[in-house]
Design a protein around this ligand. Structure first.
Ligand code: ADP
Length: 452
């Protein structure tokens, strides 16, 4: 059963991990899709607001074209090298004003996004009618070739579009064409936040489903473990009670068989001895049934008949009765209190104290010390024995109904696992508490705290 539960837990944990991984994968896919969708949206919106930048300020763009022509013509005349021409184009005086105008345009037309951008020049080629194309430069998009914009790097930016521009001119009666290609890169500030906001619904939904799944898993496993414990406890109880019932029933069976013999019935002494045995076994059976009945009540269902008693006298009377039943046990008292008045149900508390004392004897003790003291305005009674003790890891369940420390080679003592449960219920019904300090092989100390 335990193996099956462990297997079930392992399988469920694996299933949970797989489901969580699938869920994460789906969220990641949704995120990638949203990013692509966002890029397309930005591209479309920017495409609508600017095309060849001439709509920004045609006069400025015109001046820029004149500069390009002048630079090209200087190059034709051999006054400038290719590098001079490239530098002249890239460091032109209109850069900051065109950048500023583009920035304002983005702000006005795309008010929902804060955009950083860069327009980088990739190609500059000259065509003369008579000669073949003269490539001044042709490079991959590179931030050092930035014409306009405020981006410092293209790393986290995405390409919105590339634009090829042509300008025609004449030099020494020959027509020439100037071809430029530039690319626009943009980066939307806080784009991750924008996408996360757009994914809020998906994220909440998947988080909710994962937490629900984990909670259901934990609840199911807890229920399973609890059920297993209850079933173990029930099996233990049935085994114990059968064991307890067997002896008196067997004795009763034998006694009735003996009584059937005429010679026994005619001998008064023998007859009385057998009747006594029957009566003793009957009482034992009655006690067992009473014990089970008494323990079927919960702490708040126990009816208490409380009365004022003097605690030390009360304890001494219990000790004296106990000594009569167990004359070989050395039972000492160490009362650090005197004339303490407690209000309690004498019958139930006596039974509870006797349970603790009888347990001490049952579990190997021959010396018991009862100590009383006042701890934080509470009356403390501790029963210390020198028996077999209880391992630390067994102590948490000690006061549970039907719980018995696994027998194994520990002890072979009979019991129903109800004694300490009863003690706990009765003491709780008096708003008190009971706890144990013990270790295997080192005896046990049960301490009961009661309201003064
Ligand atoms: P039972 O004695 O019928 O088994 P109890 O509820 O009285 O049931 O005790 C529960 C378990 O606690 C016992 O099975 C025993 O192993 C352990 N126990 C109780 N008292 C002592 C003690 N004084 N010393 C060692 N073990 C004890």
């Amino acid at each position: 059963m335990k193996r099956r539960i462990n297997l079930l837990i392992a399988f469920s944990a694996v299933a949970l991990i797989v489901l969580t991984t699938v869920q994460c994968y789906l969220v990641k896919t949704a995120y990638d899709y949203k990013v692509a969708q966002f890029h397309t949206q930005i591209k479309n919106e920017i495409a609508q607001i600017t095309n060849n930048y001439s709509d920004i300020d045609s006069a400025l763009v015109c001046k820029k074209e004149i500069l390009y022509k002048t630079l090209s013509e200087n190059y034709f005349q051999g006054k400038k090298t290719k590098l001079d021409l490239k530098n002249g184009v890239l460091k032109n005086e209109y850069q900051s004003s065109i950048t500023e105008q583009l920035r304002r345009k983005f702000e006005r037309d795309l008010p929902n996004f804060k955009i950083d951008f860069a327009i980088v020049l990739n190609k500059f080629i000259l065509y003369k009618n008579t000669q073949k194309a003269d490539t001044i430069f042709s490079e991959k998009p590179f931030i050092q070739n930035k014409l306009y914009g405020n981006l410092a790097s293209l790393n986290h930016a995405f390409l919105v579009r590339s634009y090829v521009g042509t300008t025609n001119g004449t030099f020494e009666n020959q027509e020439y064409k100037l071809l430029t290609e530039d690319s626009m890169y943009v980066s939307v500030i806080d784009w991750e936040m924008i996408i996360l906001r757009r994914m809020t619904f998906i994220l909440i939904l998947s988080l909710l489903s994962i937490t629900t799944l984990i909670s259901l898993f934990v609840i199911a496993i807890k229920a399973l473990i609890k059920q297993k414990k209850v079933s173990d406890v029930k099996t233990d109880f049935i085994n114990n009670i059968t064991h307890e019932l067997k002896t008196p029933l067997a004795t009763l069976g034998i006694s009735t068989k003996i009584l059937e013999q005429k010679n026994i019935r005619e001998n008064d002494e023998n007859f009385n001895a057998i009747v006594n045995t029957i009566s003793r076994q009957n009482n034992r059976l009655q006690n067992l049934i009473d014990q089970v009945m008494a323990n079927s009540l919960a702490e708040n269902e126990i009816e208490l008949k409380k009365e004022k008693i003097e605690a030390e006298d009360f304890l001494l009377s219990i000790v004296n009765d106990f000594k009569l039943t167990f004359p070989k046990i050395d039972i000492k008292t160490d009362f650090k209190t005197s004339n303490t008045i407690l209000v309690l149900d004498k019958f139930h508390v006596t039974t509870a104290f006797l349970n603790v004392l009888e347990n001490a004897v049952k579990y190997g003790s021959n010396t018991i010390t009862i100590t009383t003291k006042i701890i934080e305005k509470q009356f403390s009674i501790s029963f210390e024995d020198n028996g077999i003790g209880i391992a630390k890891n067994k102590q948490a369940l000690l006061f549970e109904k039907f719980y018995r420390v696994e027998q194994g080679n520990l002890h072979n003592t009979k019991g129903l696992g109800l004694g300490l449960y009863y003690v706990d219920q009765i003491i709780k019904a008096h708003q008190g508490s009971v706890n144990v300090i013990s270790d295997l092989g080192k005896g046990a100390q049960f301490t009961i705290l009661l309201k003064v």
